[in-house]
Design a protein around this ligand. Structure first.
Ligand SMILES: [Zn+2]
Length: 332
C-alpha cells in the first residue's frame, strides 16, 4: 500500500466521521505506522495537548514501577524505601515523594489534590506520616488537608497559602492542561486548594528523624520564600523540589526572588559532591549531581544576558542557556 492510498482512505474516513458528527470517532483511528501526516494528527487527535504527546517519558523505563489501584497516580521506587508519586495526567507532571524510615514516613509534597493521595500513601506504608512541602505552591500542597501532621517553614508565604485558594487550582484545569481521564468522583467546578493546619514550624538545618533514617532541611528560597531541599545524607539523595527539576524551571511568579535563587543554587552546587541522585518535583524524578554543579554558571549567564530568549505565554519569556531552560517574567 502506498502512502497515497493510505491518505485517500484516511481522508475518506475522516469525512465520514465528520458527517456523522461524532468527534470522539476521530480519536479511535490510529495513526498508520510509517506515515507521517502532521495535519492528519491534528485532525484525528484534537484533544491531546502537546505536552503529553511525548509521555510516557523514556527516563521512566529504567525506574522500578510499583503497582497502584488509582490510575491518576503512577508510583516508582527511586531509591530504597523511597517512592515517587507522579501525576502524569496534568500538565504540571508534579511528583511527590514518600520517604520511609523504620518508625515514621515523610511525605515530601502532596500533589495536585485531584485524586486521593492519602489513600494511595496508606497503601504504600502503615507508618505514621509527616507531611513536609518543598514549597507551598498549589500543585505541591493539594492533599495537605487530608493529613494531621504538617511541618511548615516559618514564613508568611507558607501561612498565607495554608489558608487555601481557588484561582491557581482552577487554572490547572484550563483547556490543554489535562491528558487522559480525571478521577471519576472529581468535581472540576468545586476544585480548589483546601486549607490545612500547620502542626509545627521547621527551619534551615533542622533534622527529621524517621527511625534509622535522618533527613535534613536546607532552606533554599528563590522559587518561593519557603522553598526547601531535603537531604538524605546516608543514601546520598537530595530532594530539590522546584529549585531544580529536569525540565523548564519556573521563575516568573511575583514571589520568586532571583537573587535569593542564585544564592540557594550556589549552596546546592557546593553539596553536589556528596549527592548521588538529585530528586526534583516535576516531570522526571531522578537526575545526576552534575545538574547542580553546572546550574550556577548557567544562571549567571542568564542574568548576564547570554541566554537565548523568546516570548512565551503573556508576560513570560522562555530562555535557553547551556543545558537549562528557564521561564521568567518578561520585562514590562
Ligand atoms: Zn512551584
Amino acid at each position: 500500500m502506498t502512502w497515497r492510498v493510505v491518505l485517500t482512505g484516511l481522508l475518506a474516513s475522516f469525512a465520514l466521521a465528520k458527517q456523522a458528527g461524532a468527534q470522539a470517532t476521530y480519536t479511535l483511528k490510529p495513526t498508520p505506522k510509517g506515515v507521517s501526516l502532521g495535519y492528519y494528527d491534528a485532525l484525528v487527535q484534537p484533544q491531546i495537548p502537546d505536552w503529553c504527546k511525548p509521555l510516557p517519558r523514556p527516563e521512566y523505563k529504567s525506574i522500578e514501577r510499583v503497582a497502584t489501584s488509582d490510575p491518576w497516580f503512577e508510583v516508582y521506587k527511586v531509591a530504597p524505601d523511597t517512592f515517587a508519586i507522579y501525576e502524569p495526567h496534568q500538565a504540571e507532571e508534579v511528583i511527590s515523594y514518600l520517604i520511609l524510615g523504620k518508625e515514621k514516613a515523610l511525605l515530601f509534597d502532596t500533589g495536585m489534590g485531584i485524586s486521593d493521595i492519602r489513600k494511595l500513601v496508606s497503601g504504600l506504608t502503615a507508618l505514621p506520616v509527616i507531611v513536609l512541602n518543598s514549597h507551598t505552591h498549589n500543585d505541591h500542597v493539594g492533599g495537605n488537608w487530608q493529613f494531621d501532621t504538617i511541618y511548615s517553614m516559618d514564613t508568611d508565604f507558607s501561612r498565607q497559602n495554608a489558608k487555601g485558594s481557588t484561582a491557581d487550582a482552577q487554572d490547572e484545569l484550563a483547556p490543554g492542561q489535562i491528558c487522559g481521564e480525571l478521577p471519576k468522583d472529581f468535581d472540576a467546578k468545586t476544585y480548589r486548594t483546601k486549607p490545612w493546619k500547620i502542626s509545627k514550624y521547621v527551619h534551615n538545618g533542622n533534622k527529621i528523624e524517621l527511625g534509622n533514617r535522618t533527613l535534613e532541611i536546607i532552606s533554599t528560597p528563590g522559587h518561593t520564600p519557603d522553598a526547601i531541599c531535603l537531604r538524605d545524607p546516608a543514601n546520598s539523595l537530595l530532594f530539590t523540589g522546584d529549585t531544580y527539576y529536569p525540565a523548564t524551571i519556573w521563575l516568573y511568579r511575583p514571589e520568586t526572588d532571583l537573587d535569593a535563587y542564585a544564592n540557594s543554587i550556589a549552596r546546592l552546587a557546593a553539596l553536589a559532591p556528596q549527592v548521588k541522585t538529585v530528586i526534583g518535583a516535576h516531570n522526571i524524578p531522578v537526575a545526576p549531581p552534575s545538574v547542580l554543579t553546572n546550574l550556577p554558571a548557567a544562571f549567571a549567564d542568564l542574568r548576564a544576558g547570554k541566554a537565548t530568549c523568546k516570548s512565551d505565554s503573556p508576560g513570560k519569556k522562555r530562555c535557553d542557556v547551556r543545558d537549562y531552560t528557564f521561564l521568567l517574567a518578561a520585562a514590562p
